[in-house]
Design a protein around this ligand. Structure first.
Ligand SMILES: Nc1nc2c(ncn2[C@@H]2O[C@H](COP(=O)(O)OP(=O)(O)OP(=O)(O)O)[C@@H](O)[C@H]2O)c(=O)[nH]1
Ligand SMILES: [Mg+2]
Length: 470
C-alpha cells in the first residue's frame, strides 16, 4: 500500500499576476501542460484577489497566508501560499503571487500533518522570490524548494492515514462546566441538568461538514483529583499530537482560582516538555449574565486575565468569557477554537472581506447549519459587538418563521436598529449540498439586488474552500 514517498509531490507552480493576468511563471515538472498550469495560476490568484483587479496600496507585509485548495479537474490538492511582490511599476505598488505545491487529492492528509514544516520552507522560498531580480533567479529558488520537499518526503517512513485525525482536549478542574459546555454547544439541553462528574475521559466526535476529510475527537477530561492527576502523569498519552486545547475555569469560584491556575501551569509545562504547541482557548466560565457586574467577578476576571496571559505567553491563545446561560458566548469560543484547525481560515476571511466590499456591508458572519461560526469579518468593533448580540436571535427567528411557514423568501431583514438606515439581514445560502447562513450588517444602502448579484461568485469560491476546510 505504501508507495515511495518521494513521489508525493506532483508539481510546484509559481504564479504571478502580471500584465497578462494570472501567469504561471515557473512550473515543475516542465512538461506540465499549459491548461493545467493556467488553471492553477488562475484559481490561486483569483482567490487571493477576489475578482476585482487590485486593492489599493496594501503593503507587501499585509497579504501572506496559506490555504489548501482542491483542483478536482486535475485530481490534485494544492497547498498555496499567497504573497505580494513589491513592484513600483505595478498598480498598488505590488504584484500578487502564489507558490502552489500539488499532491494527489487522496494524499491530502500529508498537507495537514506536515503543515508546520511545509509552511516554513514555502514561506522561505517566497521571501526569496520577493527579492529575485530575474526569471532565472526564480527558477533556482523553485528548484531549491523542490529539492527541500523531496528531501523531506523521502524521510517519511510511515504511510500516512487517509483521514486527518484531529484531537481536541477539554481540561480544567472538576465542576467548572466542561461537560455542560459541550452539551450546550450541541443544544443537548436536557442532558445539561443530568450531567454527572465525568469519570476518566468522555470521548465524542464532532462534524463541521458531513463529508469532511477528518475525524475530530473531543476528549472531555474528568477534572476530579484522581483523574487530573492521572492526566498529568500520563501527559504523553493525552497531550501527544493534541491539535487544540480548551482550558475551562469557573470564574465564580474565587476560592479555587489559585488551584485552577496551578493546574493550568502544569498543563502548559507538560506541553512545553512534549514540544506540543496547540492553539489554546481559555474559557472563564460561569460568567452568567446576571452576575457580570459584581465586584468579586470583576476582580476575578482581572486576576485571571493577567495570570493566564503570563503563563501562556509562548502559545497562541485567546481568552473568552462564557456561560451556559449565554449560548452565543459558548458558540463564539467553540467556533473560534475550531476555526484554528482550518488551514483555510484566512482565505475564508478574505472571501468575506471581498464580498462585504462588493455589497457594502459592514460586518458578515458565516454560520453552518449547527450555528457554528465558520468565519467572520467586520469593519469596526462596534458592528461586531452588535452582531454578537443579535446573531443568535436572528437564527432562532429565522428557524421559527420557517417552521411556521411564515417566510416565503430565504432571508429576514430587520430595520430601524438605532436609525432607519441600519439593517441586519439573515440569509440562507446553499453551497453545494450545504445550507449555510449569512448574517449581514448594513450600515446604510441596503440593496438586495446587489447581494443577489454577487452571491453566486461568493458561493462558488466558498464551495472550493469548504472541501478543504478541515
Ligand atoms: N452558573 C453556572 N453553572 C454552570 C455553568 N456551566 C455548568 N454549570 C454547572 O456546574 C456544574 C458542573 O458542571 P459539569 O459540566 O459537570 O462540570 P465538569 O467540568 O464537566 O466537571 P467534571 O466532569 O467533574 O470535571 C453543574 O451543576 C452545571 O450545571 C455555567 O455557565 N454557569
Ligand atoms: Mg465533566
Amino acid at each position: 500500500m505504501s508507495k515511495p514517498k518521494t513521489e508525493i509531490i506532483k508539481s510546484i507552480v509559481l504564479s504571478v499576476f502580471d500584465d497578462d493576468g494570472p501567469t504561471p511563471k515557473i512550473y515543475w515538472p516542465n512538461n506540465m501542460d499549459e491548461a493545467s498550469r493556467l488553471l492553477i495560476a488562475m484559481k490561486t490568484i483569483s482567490l487571493l484577489m477576489g475578482d476585482s483587479v487590485y486593492q489599493n496600496s496594501t503593503s507587501t507585509e499585509e497579504i501572506n497566508y496559506f490555504g489548501i485548495l482542491p483542483f478536482p479537474d486535475l485530481k490534485l490538492n494544492g497547498l498555496t501560499y499567497f504573497f505580494l511582490i513589491y513592484d513600483p511599476e505595478a498598480r498598488g505598488n505590488a504584484k500578487a503571487a502564489t507558490i502552489t505545491v500539488l499532491i494527489n487529492e487522496e494524499d491530502r492528509v500529508f498537507f495537514y500533518e506536515n503543515m508546520k514544516y511545509l509552511r516554513v520552507i514555502i514561506d522561505n522560498a517566497a521571501s526569496k522570490v520577493q527579492l529575485a531580480k530575474s526569471l532565472e533567479e526564480n527558477e533556482v529558488i523553485i528548484s531549491e524548494l523542490r529539492g527541500e520537499l523531496l528531501d523531506f518526503t523521502s524521510e517519511i517512513k510511515d504511510p500516512f492515514s487517509l483521514k486527518r485525525q484531529i484531537k481536541i482536549l477539554f481540561t480544567g478542574l472538576d465542576k467548572v462546566g466542561k461537560t455542560s459546555f459541550l452539551h450546550a454547544v450541541k443544544k443537548r439541553y436536557s442532558e445539561i441538568i443530568k450531567t454527572l462528574p465525568t469519570k476518566g475521559v468522555a470521548r465524542t466526535e464532532e462534524k463541521i461538514f458531513e463529508e469532511q476529510n477528518s475525524t475530530i475527537s473531543i476528549w472531555d477530561l474528568g477534572g476530579q483529583k484522581q483523574y487530573r492527576e492521572k492526566f498529568i502523569e500520563q501527559r504523553k498519552i493525552y497531550l501527544y499530537n493534541v491539535d487544540l486545547l480548551f482550558y475551562i475555569i469557573d470564574i465564580q469560584d474565587s476560592e479555587r482560582i489559585a488551584e485552577s491556575i496551578e493546574l493550568f501551569k502544569k498543563v502548559i509545562g507538560s506541553l512545553l516538555e512534549l514540544d506540543e504547541f496547540p492553539p489554546i482557548v481559555v474559557c472563564l466560565n460561569k460568567y452568567d449574565p446576571d452576575i457580570k457586574k459584581s465586584n468579586e467577578i470583576k476582580n476575578n476576571l482581572k486576576i485571571l486575565n493577567e495570570e493566564i496571559s503570563k503563563i501562556s505567553d509562548r502559545f497562541f491563545f485567546k481568552i473568552f468569557q462564557t456561560s451556559v446561560f449565554d449560548h452565543w458566548s459558548l458558540i463564539s469560543a467553540y467556533s473560534y477554537g475550531l476555526s484554528q484547525l482550518s488551514p483555510n481560515r484566512k482565505l475564508f476571511e478574505n472571501q468575506l472581506k471581498h464580498f462585504a466590499k462588493k455589497i457594502n456591508s459592514d460586518a458578515i458572519l458565516l454560520l453552518n447549519e449547527n450555528g457554528i461560526i465558520l468565519s467572520n469579518f467586520s469593519r469596526t468593533g462596534i458592528s461586531e459587538k452588535l452582531f454578537e448580540i443579535s446573531a443568535p436571535h436572528f437564527q432562532i427567528l429565522y428557524k421559527t418563521f420557517k417552521e411556521f411557514k411564515l417566510l416565503k423568501q430565504d432571508f429576514l431583514i430587520s430595520s430601524g436598529i438605532t436609525n432607519e438606515s441600519k439593517k441586519i439581514i439573515f440569509k440562507k445560502i446553499s453551497v453545494e449540498k450545504y445550507n449555510l447562513y449569512l448574517l449581514l450588517f448594513m450600515e446604510k444602502d441596503l440593496n438586495m439586488e446587489k447581494i443577489d448579484k454577487n452571491l453566486p461568485k461568493f458561493s462558488k469560491n466558498l464551495k472550493d474552500l469548504i472541501h478543504t476546510y478541515i
